[in-house]
Design a protein around this ligand. Structure first.
Ligand SMILES: [Zn+2]
Length: 172
């Protein structure tokens, strides 16, 4: 977004700084491969176990119909497991995003800039202001705008005397 000239000429500088700090947090702190590796390992494990089961049944029963039935059952369970994992993945991702907002606030200390960005977003995408529970748990990778505005309106430890969460990255 920062490098898009049409956007940079239209967007006020304080908002650009907030966006840049938000993205910098993803770049500096969120470049963690562990969750990706974990997902690959879990998928590989499920694939391995289902292959073993199919082979076992084929050897014991020798009935192609039973193998097909088992394979369908395994895939059905896999689909359900995938759906059940969605709230975990979306919650984790939403947390990364709200933390990137927090990083931006600590870095720029300009809460109004984030509030302005969020109200612009809300006008362009009113559905994102407040999610339905289904959207929130199954699909939303970003926090609802209402929550991001609430953070911008209430989070100022540099004024309230609280500790900075990203103090190690932010200099006075
Ligand atoms: Zn982000």
């Amino acid at each position: 977004m920062v490098f898009d000239r049409r956007l940079t000429t239209r967007t006020p500088e304080d908002q650009l700084l907030q966006v840049a700090a938000h993205e910098a947090k993803h770049f500096l702190i969120d470049n963690d491969l562990k969750p990706v590796i974990a997902v690959f390992l879990i998928c590989g494990f499920i694939f391995f176990v289902s292959q073993m089961l199919v082979r076992l049944v084929r050897r014991k029963v020798g009935d192609q119909g039973a193998v097909v039935q088992l394979a369908l059952t395994v895939y059905a369970f896999g689909t359900v497991a995938f759906l059940l994992a969605q709230p975990v993945v979306t919650t984790w991702h939403r947390n990364l995003e709200i933390e990137a907002d927090r990083f931006g606030l600590e870095f720029n200390r300009d809460n109004q800039a984030l509030i302005d960005i969020m109200w612009t977003d809300a006008k362009q995408n009113p559905m994102a202001y407040r999610y339905t529970p289904i959207t929130k748990f199954l699909r939303a990778t970003h926090p609802q705008i209402k929550d991001r505005i609430k953070l911008a309106e209430t989070y100022r430890p540099w004024l309230d005397g609280g500790p900075l969460k990203y103090g190690a990255y932010v200099s006075d």
